[in-house]
Design a protein around this ligand. Structure first.
Ligand SMILES: Cc1cn([C@H]2C[C@H](O)[C@@H](COP(=O)(O)OP(=O)(O)O[C@H]3O[C@H](C)C(=O)[C@H](O)[C@H]3O)O2)c(=O)[nH]c1=O
Length: 183
C-alpha cells in the first residue's frame, strides 16, 4: 500500500493496491493491520456515506469536540473531491495550517484525518460520493462548523466563493478564531 505523509505530518494519504483483470478490479479498502503499519492505528465505530449531486458542493469545515472527537478515514467512491484537513489543536506547531488531497473513485486514495483537525471537501465532479470511517459516533452537541473560506486559513479551494454550494449550517459557520479553546 502506498503511504504518503503530507505537509501536516499527522495527515496520512494511503492508496491500497488494486488487482485488475478483464472483469475490473479488487481492492482491500480497509485492513486494520496494514492501516496501523501506515500510522492509522485507530478503532472505527461508524461509517458515513454522502452523495453530492453537483460540482462545487462544499461540506465543512467540521469537527466534533471532546468527549466525542472524531478521527476520519475518507475516500471517494464516485467522481472526485478535493479533501481538506486543518489543524485546530491548541499549541500545535502547525495550528491553523491546512493540507489537501484529491480523492477520486479512480485513484482510490484515502485521507486519514485525526481528531483535533477540521475536515471539509469540495466536489470536483457532479455526483460525487464520499465514504468515511469515524473513530467516534456522531454527537450533535459536540459537532462544530468553521467557515470554509475564512481568510485566516487562506484555503485555496478549487471553487469561487460565489459558486460554492453550502448547507445553511455551513453558510453560517463560525470564524476559525472560535477554535481557540476547542482542543
Ligand atoms: C454527520 C452526521 C449527520 N447526520 C445527520 C444530521 C443531518 O440531519 C444530516 C446531514 O448532516 P450534515 O448536513 O451535517 O452533513 P455534512 O454537511 O455532510 O457533514 C459532514 O461533513 C463533513 C465533511 C464531515 O467531516 C462530517 O462527517 C460531517 O459534519 O445527517 C447523522 O445522522 N449522522 C452523522 O454522523
Amino acid at each position: 500500500m502506498k503511504v504518503e505523509r503530507l505537509a501536516l505530518p499527522d495527515i496520512v494519504l494511503v492508496t491500497p493496491p488494486r488487482f485488475g483483470d478483464e472483469r475490473g478490479f479488487f481492492s482491500e479498502t480497509y485492513n486494520a493491520a496494514r492501516m496501523a503499519a501506515a500510522g492509522i492505528d485507530a478503532v472505527f465505530v461508524q461509517d458515513n456515506h454522502s452523495l453530492s449531486r453537483r460540482r462545487g458542493v462544499v461540506r465543512g469545515l467540521h469537527c466534533q469536540l471532546p468527549p466525542h472527537p472524531q478521527g476520519k478515514l475518507v475516500r471517494c467512491t464516485r467522481g472526485a473531491i478535493w479533501d481538506v484537513a486543518v489543524d485546530a489543536r491548541q499549541g500545535s506547531p502547525t495550528f491553523g495550517r491546512w493540507v489537501a488531497a484529491e480523492l477520486t473513485a479512480e485513484n482510490g486514495s484515502q485521507l486519514w484525518i485525526p481528531a483535533g483537525f477540521l475536515h471539509g471537501f469540495c466536489t470536483l465532479t457532479d455526483a460525487a460520493e464520499v465514504q468515511y470511517k469515524c473513530t467516534d459516533v456522531w454527537s450533535r452537541d459536540c459537532e462544530r462548523s468553521v467557515r470554509w473560506d475564512d481568510p485566516d486559513l487562506g484555503i485555496a479551494w478549487p471553487v469561487a466563493a460565489g459558486d460554492a454550494i453550502l448547507s445553511d449550517k455551513d453558510a453560517a459557520a463560525a470564524p476559525f478564531a472560535a477554535v481557540r479553546d476547542w482542543f
